[in-house]
Design a protein around this ligand. Structure first.
Ligand SMILES: *Cc1c(COP(=O)(O)O)cnc(C)c1O
Length: 373
């Protein structure tokens, strides 16, 4: 499916000087480029509760100045949280070209999330074109510093003005972009983790496998608990499965075992399937490691660290790529992950490989790179 994109250039984009100032130290999620993409969807046939996303069409694709949205206070998204999003990064390669990583996987996931939240699916070609359009318009915003990228945030919201509870008949898809430095401020200090015993982010049959804003809203109280206990991040468990390890609020978890294998919690419907997670699984297999997706309980983690069966624990996601997990705090209990020599760390080596690939310094044998500009 293809749509004409109307172009409405920003009348007063940021000056080159202002942009340089921002790109020198962008942080994460603080600054936004001059433009955004918007595409609207309207249901154009009668109600069809059995197929809430059919019988509608995407229209009015445009690239327009980044700025506040004009939405009714009764727009469904504000009341019933019918919203999904994606996150991916564009990197500038040495020759000046700009590339992203496995965007087809994000397109597929956006549509899985859309089905769960009764939002319309967006054709993959339109998703890819939305990224290309925005990055072409705001190419000067793609930084070229070490570990820097342009973070792309596609999202979809229910814009219909209606307080009844049903899938909205008017929906907006947008893409905004934000220059990003290193997620955790550059230093690869292991993150400390608070084990959330009382609060879950997702339940069976719920929305945990969708990239849905409500999952994040549900994780914030646990994140506050973590901060109150001096921890950086929260670990969520599945109390219905012997406290199986699920994930952090926005990152998947991996274990390196003493026999050299990699283990990550299996997808049960309450865990988000990260593109980074899938890539780590593949890169692990490429180097001949056994990679196993299975249940890992908190007890196995505690005992494995104590008896040497687990040699490293790390978290992964687009924003932070791969970050080692240090101390785990579980109520009064606290135990450290093994102290791995950075020179022999499997986590750091896979991190280097993944970053090299994304920045155009690796062997793209799986065809994961996608050129945006
Ligand atoms: C986005 C996300 C991840 C990581 O996914 P990537 O595609 O690797 O960025 C992990 N967990 C949750 C809950 C997420 O929303």
């Amino acid at each position: 499916m293809s749509l004409e994109f109307a172009r409405h250039p920003h009348p007063s984009p940021a000056s080159a000087e202002r942009r340089r100032e921002i790109l020198a130290d962008p942080g994460f999620g603080n600054h936004f480029t001059d433009h955004m993409v918007s595409i609207d969807w309207t249901r154009d046939t009668g109600d069809s509760p059995a197929a809430p996303h059919s019988g509608g069409r995407w229209h009015d694709a445009r690239i327009e100045p980044y700025g506040p949205l004009n939405l009714s206070p009764a727009a469904a998204v504000f009341h019933y949280a019918q919203e999904i999003f994606e996150g991916l990064k564009a990197y500038r390669h040495d020759d000046g070209s700009v590339w992203t990583f496995r965007p087809q996987a994000n397109a597929a996931r956006l549509n899985r999330s859309a089905r769960r939240l009764a939002l319309p699916e967006l054709p993959e070609e339109l998703f890819l074109e939305s990224l290309t359009r925005l990055v072409s318009a705001d190419e000067a915003w793609v930084p070229d510093g070490d570990g820097q990228s342009l973070y792309l945030r596609p999202f979809m919201i229910a814009t219909e003005e209606f307080l009844g509870v049903r899938p909205a008949r008017e929906v907006g898809y947008k893409v905004i972009a934000s220059p990003a430095g290193n997620y955790f401020g550059g230093k690869l200090k292991p993150v400390s983790i608070w084990v959330s015993r009382e609060l879950a982010r997702a339940g069976h049959g719920g929305t945990g496998a969708a990239k849905f804003g409500g999952n994040y809203a549900a994780s914030l109280a646990a994140q506050l608990e973590a901060s109150a206990h001096g921890c950086d991040q929260v670990l969520f468990l599945d109390p219905t499965r012997e406290n199986a390890v699920e994930e952090l609020g926005g990152m998947n978890v991996f274990f390196v075992l003493a026999d050299g294998s990699l283990v990550t919690p299996a997808l049960t419907g309450t865990i988000l399937e990260g593109v980074t997670r899938s890539s780590v699984i593949q890169l692990g297999r490429d180097r001949g490691l056994e990679v196993v997706e299975r249940t890992v309980t908190l007890d196995e983690w505690r005992e494995g660290v104590a008896n040497g069966q687990i040699t490293e624990v790390f978290a992964c996601g687009t924003a932070a790529v791969i970050t080692p997990i240090g101390t785990l705090v579980d109520g009064e209990d606290s135990f450290a992950s093994p102290d791995t020599d950075p020179a022999t760390s499997v986590a750091l080596d896979i991190r280097r490989e993944l970053l090299a690939l994304q920045t155009g310094h690796g062997d793209d044998r799986h065809g994961w790179l996608y050129r945006l500009a």
